[in-house]
Design a protein around this ligand. Sequence first.
Ligand code: CMP
Length: 142
Amino acid sequence: MFQKEYTLIMVKPDAVRSNFTGKILARIEEEGFAIRAMKRVRLSLAQAQEFYSVHAARPFYGELCTFMASGPVVAAILERDNAVLHWRDVIGATDPAEAKENTIRKLFAKSKGENAVHGSDSVDNAKIEAAFFFSGLELAGQ
Ligand code: CMP
């Protein structure tokens, strides 16, 4: 029996711009996730750099942060059994060219950089990322 678990997800600027938010939210609910908190927000460049600071040494960091600040994202905390791994299965590989059929990135992503959605890579990072977007009050009762 799995414990209930949380993950932090984003609909990235490319998918928001392309009006895929509704389809992605529908898929979230079809997959059995409960949306526990959600907001649409445009990150500043400094906020994008902070969110992705773990990737600061990577060659794509600058491009990634500029893209993530290029328009609004929709961030949400999702709850489900095995939430972190299940969401990563649903979104598919980072590069949409390698993503399996019917994954969100196969359906909606443009490229490795503009890849439609984000998902936390661990339960510990989900907590850090949830606290980045949502205040104590918004997290209360989650
Ligand atoms: P995400 O799951 O949000 O976390 C890190 C992000 O870095 C990843 O999705 C990609 O969007 C991005 N990324 C990874 N590799 C590359 C790359 N080679 N070029 C541009 N962006 C990348």
